[in-house]
Design a protein around this ligand. Structure first.
Ligand SMILES: C[S@@+](CC[C@H](N)C(=O)[O-])C[C@H]1O[C@@H](n2cnc3c(N)ncnc32)[C@H](O)[C@@H]1O
Ligand code: SF4
Ligand code: SF4
Length: 390
């Protein structure tokens, strides 16, 4: 008798099945993957009732020395609101260290451009003293070897540098004169003592054909990891686009259609198969065939479960890419741990997610309705099965 594994509620169960149904559904060789995917989902399920903070984003500023065409945070030279002062940041960091197991927390310092903050070393040092690990996500243009060494001295060991293509395509979105400085940052970081030097690339139609050469270039320049992502419809790549026609142009320039998404995923899978330190990242479920081929773990969004964010003005949310309407309070007014404990219900409530596109999806128990920010910023385009044309 043939049997197949299906998800019933949160359980993976074996049922008898007709051969045609069996082969029309999952392939036999996918079963071990299905078990691994379910195991990852079970781990996340526990976090809904017992959240466990292990990853913190700090949006250190909304100021930036660049003005990228696709910037999801719509950053420019000036910020709409002032940044937190050094004292305010340190007070929040100290409160988190007092209320959580600091050694288990990894802080990703993003922006805006974090290297515009003059107090960065001081804040990183404070995090390190508490046992937190940290990294910056940076456009790299200001990361000299000397600057990187100061961060290493403060305890940082990881940097992520955005490289959005070969020179012409990188500069088409990031501005003229940025490419060489960004590539140099990868080498500077390694020489200064950073142990993880990650390049990250936003893939769009114009740079999709260059993946192999971008990969060679970033590794030659000093990266030891390469992450590829797609562009979300937010900030200047979404609702902040100046007008409807500009938004339509953004779509054409920045958005990958299903064949292009499949080309991207095929590329990443083939490189991982060959042992290259390359990964794809998104917050949703890609289907059993794709899962675990483009990244080591299955697609899960941990926003509000294991992840929280302190935004540039002290507001607290689950993920920095969520719209401001999702903010649950300010760490300047309420202790961060109180917001995490008492005001994060919306992120932990599963029921509202089982609606619309996800209402009767048989993968809901492992996907949980996609990545939270993707669902919020592009409500018609968040499902990664749809995005592959499945
Ligand atoms: C907002 S930036 C801040 C850090 C730094 N300024 C940089 O560019 O790396 C963080 C990351 O988000 C990426 N990003 C920017 N706009 C995006 C969008 N609309 N969708 C997805 N990722 C985006 C950037 O390429 C970068 O890798
Ligand atoms: S993507 Fe980064 S570098 Fe570009 S404008 Fe936004 S914050 Fe600045
Ligand atoms: S329909 Fe919803 S639950 Fe199903 S795979 Fe897509 S995003 Fe995930």
């Amino acid at each position: 008798m043939l049997s197949k594994l299906i998800l019933r509620g949160s359980q993976l169960v074996r049922t008898a099945t007709h051969p045609s149904e069996f082969f029309g559904g999952l392939r036999l060789r996918d079963f071990p993957k299905l078990v691994a995917i379910k195991r990852d989902a079970t781990r996340r399920e526990r976090l809904h009732t017992a959240p466990d903070l292990t990853y913190l984003f700090w949006e250190s500023t909304l100021r930036c020395n660049l003005r990228c065409a696709h910037c999801g945070s719509s950053c420019e030279t000036r910020s709409p609101r002032p940044d937190l002062t050094t004292e305010q940041v340190i007070e929040i960091v100290d409160s988190i260290a007092a209320d959580f197991e600091a050694r288990r927390i990894f802080v990703s310092i993003t922006g805006g451009e974090p290297l515009l903050r003059k107090d960065l070393d001081q804040v990183v040092e404070r995090m390190t003293v508490h046992g937190m690990r940290s990294c910056i996500v940076s456009n790299g243009t200001l990361l000299t070897e000397e600057r990187a060494r100061r961060l290493v001295d403060a305890g940082m060991r990881t940097v992520t540098i955005s490289v959005d293509g070969l020179k012409a395509e990188h500069e088409a979105v990031r501005g003229a004169g940025t490419y060489e400085r960004t590539l140099a940052a990868l080498g500077n970081a390694g020489r200064a003592g950073m142990t993880t030097v990650e390049a990250i690339t936003c893939v769009r139609p114009a740079n999709l054909g260059d993946l192999a050469e971008i990969e060679r270039t970033v590794f030659d320049a000093g990266a030891n990891l390469w992450r590829v992502i797609t562009i979300d419809k937010m900030g200047r790549a979404g609702q902040d686009a100046d007008e409807a026609s500009a938004a339509a142009q953004m779509d054409a320039d920045l958005w990958l259609d299903p064949p292009q998404i499949n080309e991207l995923l095929d590329y990443v899978a083939s490189r991982r198969d060959a042992g290259a330190p390359v990964r794809f990242s998104c917050g949703g479920f890609l289907g059993v065939d794709r899962e675990l081929t483009v990244r080591p773990e299955s697609g899960q969004c941990f926003a509000g479960l294991a992840i929280a964010s302190i935004l540039h003005d002290g507001s607290v949310s689950a993920c920095p890419s969520l719209p401001r309407s999702w903010i649950q309070g300010s760490a300047l007014e309420t202790r961060f741990s109180t917001i995490w404990r008492e005001r994060f219900h919306r992120f932990r409530d599963v029921s509202w997610r089982r609606s619309g596109r996800c209402h009767d999806c048989s993968w809901f128990d492992v996907c949980l309705g996609g990545g939270l920010h993707e669902r919020a910023v592009q409500p018609d385009d968040f499902c990664w099965l749809d995005r592959q044309g499945k």
